[in-house]
Design a protein around this ligand. Sequence first.
Ligand code: CMC
Length: 434
Amino acid sequence: MSNTPKKTVTITDNATGKSAEFPVLAGSIGPEVIDIRALHPQLGYFTFDPGFMATGSCESSITYIDGDEGVLLHRGYKIADLAEQSDFLEVCYLLLNGELPNAGQKQEFDHAITYHTMVHEQMQFFLRGFRRDAHPMAVMCGLVGAMSAFYHDSTDIHDPQQRMIAAHRLIAKMPTLAAMAYKYSVGQPTVYPSNDLSYAQNFLRMLFAVPCETWKDNPVLSRAMDRILILHADHEQNASTSTVRLSGSSGANPFACIAAGIASLWGPAHGGANEAVLTMLQQIGHKNNIPEFVKRAKDKNDSFRLMGFGHRVYKNYDPRAKVMQDTCREVLGTLGIKDPLLDLAMELERIALEDEYFVDRKLYPNVDFYSGIILRAMGFPTSMFTVLFAVARTVGWISQWKEMIEDPAQKIGRPRQLYTGPVERPFVPLAKRG
Ligand code: CMC
């Protein structure tokens, strides 16, 4: 730990009168944490915190969120500044290495990523084993997991060079795999990567180019794609990142860990929300129906929730949602699209933000509320929304995985539990069971 504790907290067991003192650790910003690792040896208790409501699972210097103020910093830089002034590969370098690159480092890094975009040709045959109607997230779990079977020279987690190569490979190859999954689902030929293009341009070309037509870059769309990638690049210890860390804590190889992260991201409470927002807006259909759906979202007996609303950490406007809303207007303006779903989304946001239920619970739009509308305008089918999130989040996952492996205090993640099952009892032979 980088902390030298100055404060302590004393816990007293009222039943036994026994007390123990625990160090309080301070980060650079954010709430201090009580280091309770010695709680069990000292007082004989474990803590109970399902869902990690108040539990820090690791020390990290990558991303900071102040949920009350709506602040998101990567290595100290505000997300809005990065989205405005940086580009995705620069943000990748920052997350992986801790600092923004200088001109030479940037050129070298862009080259390292750009020139590793191709995947082993045999991946094509592996891909063809999937049903054509498979959800692309199912395909991504498989393809990324399979990378560990293709790239043996970057699975030794104890070799820093191999760790970095694995990180570069994952960042470089994710768009290629995502585009392959998409092309396969629509029955079009795979478009191979083009290393003359930027990361975002190359991704869009692999997705939307067809051999019989010349693909042309639309700078507003490639800039929007770059910005969407930046906005999703990392987000502290969310469910998928924690899944990657927990998988990696056992010493599993990085490709397997990222595949685990993709599986976790798929859920509608996490990365699957962007797909769910669009489905919800289509279901609402018209502004006149908003009150009925808002009423349902508030009803505890109804499982319906306003998708794209609320967040475990943000109790204020998600700073990513603001940039996303501006990008949404820009993209729709450029494409000359008047999407009634955008008007519907804005009206839904207005009504919810004036509603006591959402105000009291501090439920604001999150990053997923507007991203689906932009992606739809750009030509992405709904099933690809979460795949795009996975492409962008790969750098966050691998940076957090690398940080964990490089932490000398790293241990296998092994939560405890509150057991409520039967106590020890004698085995009853089958013939004697009632
Ligand atoms: N619609 C209606 N009520 C909600 C919503 C919602 N979207 N979100 C939370 N609530 C209510 C919830 O019912 C609870 O009410 P009460 O206190 O009366 O029981 C209260 O607000 C607190 O909610 P919670 O479920 O205890 O909060 P959580 O931190 O466990 O869940 C969440 C966070 C993101 C899973 C949840 O807000 C949600 O399901 N939102 C919709 C899905 C979504 O948009 N997810 C994307 C998150 S951002 C991108 C990402 O990180 O992947």
